[in-house]
Design a protein around this ligand. Sequence first.
Ligand SMILES: NC(=O)c1ccc[n+]([C@@H]2O[C@H](COP(=O)([O-])OP(=O)(O)OC[C@H]3O[C@@H](n4cnc5c(N)ncnc54)[C@H](OP(=O)(O)O)[C@@H]3O)[C@@H](O)[C@H]2O)c1
Length: 264
Amino acid sequence: MRTVLITGASDGIGAAAAARLAGDHRLILVGRNPEKTRAVAERVGADGVFVADFAQLDQVRGLAAEITGRYDRIDVLANNAGGLFSGPTITVDGVELTFQVNHLAAFLLTDLLRPLFTPDTAVVNTSSVAARLFSSFRVDDLDTSRRYRPERAYGNAKLANILFTKGLHARGIRSVAFHPGNVATSFASDTTSPLRWLYTTVLNRSLITPEAGGSTLEFFIRSDAWQSGEYYGSDHRPGRTARKAADPALVEALWSGSERLLRR
Ligand SMILES: NC(=O)c1ccc[n+]([C@@H]2O[C@H](COP(=O)([O-])OP(=O)(O)OC[C@H]3O[C@@H](n4cnc5c(N)ncnc54)[C@H](OP(=O)(O)O)[C@@H]3O)[C@@H](O)[C@H]2O)c1
């Protein structure tokens, strides 16, 4: 039985994917809200349930220590926690919240869990079409704290998910990024971005269900019919994204910039 860790598993796409994988996978579920996370874990019969707020990197470090203390392997790490927030909000770690929750925490968690990886371990990153629609990525403003707009910060963070995927691939770790579709979840409930209207009003009837979004995450966790280092759309086919995602120099700049932010 493969061991699968899903972050952002207390709600939406992550919780729906967990329900679909339960039964033939050993599930380690990570959320932020303890009650919600425990309820999902109980419902799906998860093997492990952990909570951490990615707005505090020490909680990510503590999470990794707990997991490495209890497990000896991870076959799939699904970095799925994320959202669209208001801001700019600078965390206790001195980093803009959107970048930290959507990318930097996952970058740190992946690094700290590497002792549990096998040569076949896959890292699945939930990115977004927002990387193409809203990003305007600059190395000198990695966390978009200076030129902040909610959707730009989100688009840049989701582009970071794709650049990180390529950085992992370049380092010999199987990794993929994907867009789950436009899904009716609460991921935009905490933002002043105009995009929240799409998610919180009757307009959300145009969105797909969390189960449909979760089935795309399930596909990338379950299958190996994808090419490492690539970005896919919700139709499971290679997706179109920002041109900058194909720039190897930017892949390395994000990697070293993320390391620098973690050393502060
Ligand atoms: N919905 C869409 O249309 C859409 C489209 C493209 C990409 N995505 C991406 O899909 C992923 C899942 O989002 P969703 O749509 O399923 O939204 P959701 O239902 O709001 O779920 C978000 C998950 O992320 C967790 N999370 C949020 N802030 C966190 C923090 N500070 N620390 C730790 N965990 C945190 C939440 O934990 P709690 O519930 O415990 O607080 C929840 O489990 C995100 O990466 C999002 O960017 C969504």
